[in-house]
Design a protein around this ligand. Structure first.
Ligand code: FEO
Ligand code: CA
Ligand code: CA
Ligand code: CA
Length: 593
């Protein structure tokens, strides 16, 4: 517990039980409604969604597929706001009625359904409910696979990358900067490239380290069939223009979005910002793959609250670090220890022998390999608690822990328990199947420092499984939780967690947990998302009246087809549509209460 930590804003909401509903389920006293979904108009001229009349031209003006990271930024009129979200990827088996579209049409619509959206939303009355503003504000924007980006930072001068890139895809989580721009992480970029011939020998090692194909490969998407940028035999350097953090200014729809190379090239889950004690900017970012690393960037310059544009270059100069976790042993009964942020490069000087600044940024994984950083169980979202300064990171799972990757105190589980159905028995499996929430406390809780202590705050799973741990809280009084992905905080510093890939037989959802006070560790399920959907976001509004949830890929199971959908949420059509919803209390009180 933290002396002096304000014990306001307790999490008194009812608990949503594990379930298999094809709906968003919320606690008693709460309401929920969709704000915007796949295919809804974003730009003037966009037709209303019609599954049987899709086109690339329409999709480029409509809300994209698979809304993931979601942020709401304010406008001067506080009954309006801008919702910004990523469209991570497409699921063609769920999007297209069988036999209706040509292969080329499907590719082009899929490309246009990627990227990001900025869309104005409006408050319904004085409640916590928001809806899309059907008047299509001048701020509304679609960013797609073809949008022009300016590449900034040290790697822009490298011929492998260059100063211009087109499009963003595979965008997972993100963050908002103090100057009101949105950061978005390009994650599984490797899966978008085909190879029809050979790739340059000098790129093979780098490509392999990122899972980028090096021999003849045809992805199911086959984007190379309509654009040679996605054929690495023809455009090998295109792979170096992906895997960055992008920055978008939602307040200027004419602005050229940026790819910020100082934040390193990796499979970015997201990127979240905070202040150091002396007013610089720190950015945390996880590389979401089994056995990859956790990174932090600290800017050289300080934030200027009086001149917004003066901050636009802050993410181009500073130092990039990678985390090393050292355990203090099992004797204390806790998975915990000390850690170090190890510098990899500044914008001017590389700290890795034989690698230039650009080499380190472009091949950050190889640089991190050389300094003995700790291989983690799929680092996902990382966020610093604005009230306590402690940092929370989701490690979603790693079925190969204890196999390919030896256990260590920060990644301790070689075995864990899952269940196949809601009522099925717990079954032991190899590896870490349910994930962790890692808690870091940097020296003086200053994000500018390089030393920290850490502890596994949550060892997720069914509380009946002996390996689980809920911050020391009574395990008979917590919700089961599996595969934490994204994290956020409400105005009281409570942690909100969304999950992806629940292996306990129930739908994914959003969970709340106090990180301080007597109820530290009391995980409670706040909502569940429809069948076979992933819960993204989460986001609690600044006024604490609204929780936002991005429902990704409802109905996405291995055997999903148009004829036999496993979900029809949000039940506006014959088949499922990803959408962003809001949740609020009927009586207008704080969400979580
Ligand atoms: Fe796109 Fe790391 O989940
Ligand atoms: Ca994610
Ligand atoms: Ca220990
Ligand atoms: Ca995910």
């Amino acid at each position: 517990t933290f002396p002096g930590f304000p014990q306001r804003g307790e999490l008194t909401h009812g608990v949503v039980p594990p379930n298999r509903e094809d709906n968003i389920v919320v606690p008693r006293g709460y309401e929920q409604a969709v704000i915007i979904g796949w295919g809804d108009p974003v730009l003037p001229g966009a037709p209303a969604f019609d599954a049987f009349k899709q086109s690339a031209e329409a999709q480029a003006r409509q809300f994209g597929y698979n809304n993931d990271y979601t942020m709401v930024v304010p406008l001067r009129d506080d009954s309006k706001a801008l919702l910004v979200c990523n469209h991570e990827y497409t699921d063609e088996t769920l999007m297209f009625p069988a036999g209706k579209y040509s292969a080329a049409e499907i590719v082009k619509i899929g490309m246009a359904a990627h990227g990001m959206s900025v869309v104005q939303i409006e408050r319904v009355g004085r409640s916590g409910q928001w809806r899309r503003d059907k008047r299509l504000s001048r701020y509304n924007r679609r960013i797609t696979v073809n949008t022009k980006f300016e590449v900034t930072g040290p790697a822009a001068a490298d011929p492998r990358v260059g100063k211009v890139a087109y499009g963003t895809f595979g965008n997972c989580a993100g963050g908002v900067t103090p100057w009101g721009t949105i950061l978005s992480g390009e994650e599984n970029f490797n899966g978008y490239f085909d190879v029809t011939g050979t790739v340059p020998a000098e790129y093979v090692d780098s490509f392999k380290r990122y899972g980028v194909p090096t021999t003849v490969t045809k992805t199911a998407r086959l984007w190379s069939s309509v654009d040679p940028r996605f054929d690495l035999s023809k455009t090998p350097t295109e792979a170096f223009r992906a895997g960055w953090v992008v920055e978008v200014d939602p307040y200027d729809p004419t602005s050229t979005p940026k790819k910020r190379t100082m934040l390193a090239r990796l499979k970015h889950e997201g990127a979240t910002t905070t202040f150091t004690a002396d007013g610089r900017i720190a950015v945390y970012t996880g590389d979401d793959e089994r056995g990859e690393y956790v990174y932090k960037f600290v800017s050289a310059g300080k934030y200027d609250p009086d001149n917004r544009k003066a901050n636009f270059g802050l993410l181009d100069e500073g130092t990039l670090y990678v985390a090393k976790f050292t355990g203090d042993g099992a004797a204390d009964g806790l998975y915990d220890g000390t850690g170090q942020w190890i510098p990899l490069t500044s914008d001017k000087k590389s700290y890795i022998d034989g690698m230039s600044v650009a080499d380190v940024l472009i091949n950050a994984r190889a640089a991190a390999d050389k300094v003995g950083a700790t291989r983690m169980d799929r680092p996902e979202d990382i966020e610093r608690n604005p009230l306590t300064g402690r940092v929370y990171a989701a490690m979603t799972n790693n079925s190969n822990r204890g196999g390919t990757f030896p256990v260590d105190e920060a990644n301790p589980l070689a075995k864990s328990h899952v269940r196949d159905t809601l009522d099925g028995p717990l079954v032991e499996k190899s590896g870490n199947r349910n994930g962790y929430i890692l808690e870091l406390s940097e020296e003086g809780d200053d994000a500018g420092k390089t030393g920290f202590v850490w502890t596994l705050f949550l060892v997720c799973g069914d509380p009946a499984a002996q390996e689980t741990y809920f911050g020391g809280f009574d395990k008979s009084k917590v919700s089961p939780i599996s595969c934490p992905d994204n994290v956020a905080f409400d105005g009281s510093g409570n942690l909100w967690i969304s999950t992806d890939g629940n292996v306990l037989g129930s739908n994914d959802g959003i969970f709340t947990v106090p990180v301080a006070g007597p109820n530290r560790g009391q995980v409670k399920q706040f909502l569940s998302v429809p069948f076979a959907a992933e819960a993204c976001g989460p986001l609690v509004s600044d006024d604490d009246k609204t929780a936002f949830v991005a429902v990704q890929h409802p109905g996405e199971t291995d055997d999903a087809t148009f004829e036999k959908p496993t979900s029809t949420w949000p039940h506006t059509d014959k088949f499922p549509r990803p959408a962003i919803a809001c949740v609020w209390r009927r009586d207008g009180a704080r969400v979580g209460s």
